[in-house]
Design a protein around this ligand. Structure first.
Ligand code: SAH
Length: 403
């Protein structure tokens, strides 16, 4: 282990690492005792030479070291088997009975640069650091031993790889898919969803909403429901199954809308679910733009808002807040008194209190008073490690309209 290149940190830079944050930025580093190749395992020490742990080095990334362990571990196949099993235990404990879920969520599982999603008997891998990329064969072999999956595919067409100097890649790494482009059927909370492993958002589904689908359905399972930014119909189908009289779902992606409609039919919910391709902003505007003497007639018993992140960085937060305010203002105008609004924000740069402030500003403008009846977070297969703030991104609320 002493043969490992050593990364020495500047004074004052060790605390973050000691606290459990896995990222060591270039600017925190005093020097290397010997050159390290990109992707190599290095040991990290503070400026007094105290050992802090081991991690993967990459000179091409702003994050020069991604810590893996505070101990002097060897990073071999046994290491990955043990870490993947530990991550799986967390999912089995917190998502009992689930068959499709995120098995490993990078920093949330102290495996920065490594994500695995399980869609029934198929695993989808993402490696977004050079260290993980180089160990892909080891990782695939560990996954085969633990899961004996039908196939393991990679969806490495993600933007974050560019920051590490890695090219895009996607394809089958192990096993076989009848037709690689064929859709797969995954179950979430007992509902069937068609997953396009090579073309879908994320790795196919928004697994981070799995728990919220169930919880939101407790409030949206009656009357007229509007699901905005519906993608493959996650919230819509859960509301439909829970007893809503009718659910109307809107997404701007024609392809997503087509799959959502097929999902409704596969679950026997075509009767009370309808799907429309439209821009949510335009759709809501068209139904809420009343002339001064007119009044918008509230039509819905519940509205779900689950937009994409409107922010890419801190600078775009003000624009994003305007977007959030607009959709909430219009959604509130369409909600009946006593109705429910379930709303989500997946931007890491907009925290829960900022998000609630925007909703309250919209409620003020719409002259509505709200009762908060639930708060939501990401599903437990995307664990939040408070000492790593980047692991927390999804927040949501449910409100009832008092008047
Ligand atoms: N609720 C979904 C996830 C939504 S992700 C689920 O649980 O699976 C965001 C979705 O918003 C994407 O499907 C994207 O196509 C859609 N979208 C983005 N901007 C939009 C807009 N302006 N109008 C309508 N849909 C939009």
């Amino acid at each position: 282990m002493d043969a490992l290149p050593t990364v020495l940190l500047k004074p004052g830079e060790a605390d973050r690492v000691v606290a459990g944050h896995p990222w060591v930025y270039q600017s925190s580093i005093l020097r290397l005792t010997q050159p390290a190749g990109d992707g190599a395992l290095v040991q990290v020490k503070d400026h007094r030479q105290r050992f802090l742990g081991v991690g993967f080095y990459n000179s091409k990334s702003k994050i020069h070291v991604r810590m893996l362990s505070p101990d002097r571990v060897s990073v071999d196949e046994a290491f990955f088997r043990q870490r993947i099993r530990a991550a799986l235990e967390v999912r089995i404990k917190h998502l009992p009975g689930a068959t499709s879920f995120r098995v490993v969520n990078a920093e949330s599982d102290f495996l920065s640069g490594f994500i695995v999603d399980k869609y029934e008997d198929v695993l989808v891998l993402q490696t977004s650091s050079v260290g993980m990329e180089q160990r892909k064969p080891m990782i695939v072999s560990a996954l085969q031993e633990i899961f004996s999956p039908r196939a393991i595919i990679e969806r490495n067409d993600i933007a974050s790889r560019k920051f590490e100097g890695l090219p895009d890649a996607s394809g089958v790494l192990a096993g076989e898919l009848a037709s690689p482009m064929a859709a797969l059927q995954a179950q979430l909370n007992g509902l069937k969803f068609e997953v396009n492993l090579f073309g879908g958002h994320k790795t196919g589904l928004y697994l981070d909403q799995q728990t919220n689908y169930r919880r939101v359905a407790e409030l949206t399972g009656r009357g007229q429901v509007l699901d905005c930014f519906s993608f493959l119909g996650g919230f819509a189908l859960h509301a439909g199954r829970a007893g809503a009289a009718h659910v109307h779902a809107i997404d701007q992606s024609e392809e997503a809308v087509a799959v959502a409609a097929r999902n409704a039919s596969a679950n026997g919910l075509s009767e009370n679910c309808s799907f429309e391709t439209a821009n949510v902003f335009d759709w809501l505007k068209a139904r809420t733009a009343a002339k001064p003497h007119e009044k918008v007639v509230p039509h819905f018993d519940s509205v779900i808002l689950d937009p994409p992140s409107f922010t890419r960085n801190r600078a775009s937060v003000p624009d994003a807040l305007r977007g959030y305010k607009e959709i909430h203002l219009r959604a509130l105008k369409l909600l009946k008194t006593g109705g429910a609004l379930a709303t989500f924000c997946c931007s890491h740069h907009v925290d829960a209190s900022m998000f609630q402030d925007v909703i309250l500003a919209a409620a003020f403008d719409a002259r509505r008073v709200l009762r908060r009846v639930a708060t939501y977070s990401q599903s437990p297969d995307h664990p939040i490690i408070p000492v790593i703030p980047e692991t927390e991104y999804l927040k949501g609320f449910a409100f009832e309209v008092i008047r």
